[in-house]
Design a protein around this ligand. Structure first.
Ligand SMILES: [Zn+2]
Length: 152
């Protein structure tokens, strides 16, 4: 398969949200949310990341996005933007410098990607204490890893 370049852009506000929840202290628990933005051809632009909410499960090494508020926020953005800003995927933090996905993460992403009605790829981001892990899982469950990310 020929390799295709996909360009990914994070809005500054999204990176600020990630920074707020980096697990830099021993007590910090995992955080996460939904990624919202545009896809234009091969360009993915992440415009907003929802923040952890009261109903989410947050432990040192586990995050579950259980609060319906994330979806409510996504629906609202979608409506307000006339369908321009939509669900792109998921983010969560890890208590490691350069994060790598657990088997639970990979199974979850694959499950979400295969379950999507629109067949679009799902963006998955792990925010480590130093770096980011970014991948795209397509409708067949195939994973593309992003090598470099550029911030706006
Ligand atoms: Zn994880």
């Amino acid at each position: 398969m020929p390799s295709q370049k996909i360009y990914l852009l994070f809005q500054a506000s999204v990176l600020e949200t990630f920074d707020m929840y980096r697990q830099n202290s021993r007590a910090a628990t995992e955080a996460g949310g939904i990624l919202l933005g545009h896809v234009r051809g091969e360009h993915v632009e992440v415009i907003q990341a929802t923040q952890p909410q009261a109903g989410d499960v947050r432990h040192r090494m586990r995050y579950e996005r259980n609060d319906p508020g994330h979806q409510t926020e996504a629906d609202l953005m979608w409506k307000q933007s006339d369908g321009e800003i939509r669900y792109l995927g998921e983010w969560h933090t890890h208590p490691e410098d350069w994060p790598s996905p657990s088997s639970v993460d990979m199974d979850g992403w694959r499950y979400r990607a295969l379950a999507r009605q629109d067949g679009r790829a799902t963006l998955s981001v792990i925010v480590g204490r130093v770096g980011l892990y970014v991948s795209l899982v397509d409708g067949q469950g195939e994973t593309t890893l992003f090598q470099e990310c550029q911030s706006s």
